[in-house]
Design a protein around this ligand. Structure first.
Ligand code: F6P
Length: 323
């Protein structure tokens, strides 16, 4: 079977999206598919920014962050009219399949499109937040964690030099996976994230405990979406309660860029190639992912109705680990 396949990236970019596009394009072409890139995310379908790719179109992108197809968040595609219009364009242009790489917004969009278009639809998990059920890790998460880790190691140096308390805010509007991994890997005294409720009293307690143990520096990692507020707000509250000025550092978008790690490149390559194999095997309607080393496909809806849990065992070890 040969297919005419469109590929796009949507929502927040994530390092190694390019590696996934490259794998989809090259494996697709090798297996007799015609592969087209949609530029500008889902809006690119509506604006017909769709161009054929060949093997050379995806040269020199494997090692680069961002996405060479560019991305976006489309208001028009959120409407039923927008979805119907996209379905018509895909049909009129003779497409058999669409592969979209993105986060939960992208999986919602593919699910919505499936109500209006009977072509094959496959999603790839591409978000630094790692908040999709159906894959142990999302494309870009490992790079983002390593980016944040590098920054936190540097902050630790200056924190130790002055024996200071630092609150470091990492990305994660609705999910604390980055905060959790970075916090554990840098030996944070506390990790604040949306999945776990921590009161200001509990935080004060943790910081005081760390001080009582004569720790030279105290790091608190805060996910931007924590229920107590952002790092700045929490820092001020902590300041008032312990009478010591807490330094705040917001890492921001630096986490989302840069050369993808080996882990992300391999994951993206495997998932891209697997998406083509699924399509050619007649599968549709789900997101490909890797769980326990196995490549699987999960129906779109389950990727957001089921929640991927934070490792409770590791979480329970935090107090012991932070000494
Ligand atoms: O890509 C996911 C994410 O990094 C979230 O953690 C963050 O809240 C959001 O994107 C911010 O991105 P933007 O400014 O592009 O909406």
């Amino acid at each position: 079977m040969s297919m005419r396949v469109a590929v796009l990236t949507s929502g927040g970019d994530a390092p190694a999206m390019n590696a996934a596009i490259r794998a989809i394009t090259r494996v697709g072409i090798h297996r007799n598919c015609e592969v087209f890139g949609v530029f500008g995310g889902l809006q690119g379908i509506l604006d017909e920014q769709i161009h054929e790719l060949n093997s050379r179109s995806v040269s020199r992108i494997l090692h680069r962050g961002g996405t060479f197809l560019t991305t976006g968040r489309s208001e028009e595609f959120r409407t039923e009219e927008g979805q119907k219009k996209a379905a018509k364009i895909l049909t009129d242009r003779g497409f058999d399949a669409l592969i979209a790489i993105g986060g939960d917004g992208t999986m919602h969009a593919l699910d919505a499109l499936s109500k209006h278009w009977n072509g094959f639809l496959i999603g790839l998990p591409g978000t630094i937040d790692n908040d999709l059920y159906g894959t142990d890790y999302t494309i870009g998460f490992d790079t983002a964690v390593n980016n944040a880790l590098g920054a936190l190691d540097k902050i630790r140096d200056t924190a130790e030099a002055f024996q200071r308390i630092f609150l470091v805010e990492v990305m994660g509007r609705h999910a604390g996976f980055i905060a959790f991994h970075v916090g554990v890997a840098t030996g944070a005294s506390a990790i604040l994230m949306p999945e776990t409720e921590t009161t200001i009293d509990q935080l004060v307690e943790k910081v005081k405990k760390a001080r009582a143990k004569a720790k030279t520096s105290v790091l608190v990692v805060v996910a931007e979406g924590d229920e107590l507020g952002n790092a700045d707000t929490i820092g001020k509250k902590l300041n008032e309660r312990i009478g010591e000025k807490c330094r705040v550092s917001v890492l921001g978008y630096i986490q989302r860029g840069g050369n993808p790690t080996h882990f992300d490149r391999i994951l993206a390559t495997r998932l891209g190639a697997y998406a083509i194999e699924c399509l050619l095997g007649g599968e549709s309607g789900g997101m490909v992912g890797e769980v326990g080393g196995k490549l699987i496909m999960t129906p779109f809806k389950e990727t957001w109705t089921n929640k991927k849990p934070i490792d409770q065992w590791m979480l329970g070890l935090l107090d012991e680990l932070s000494g």
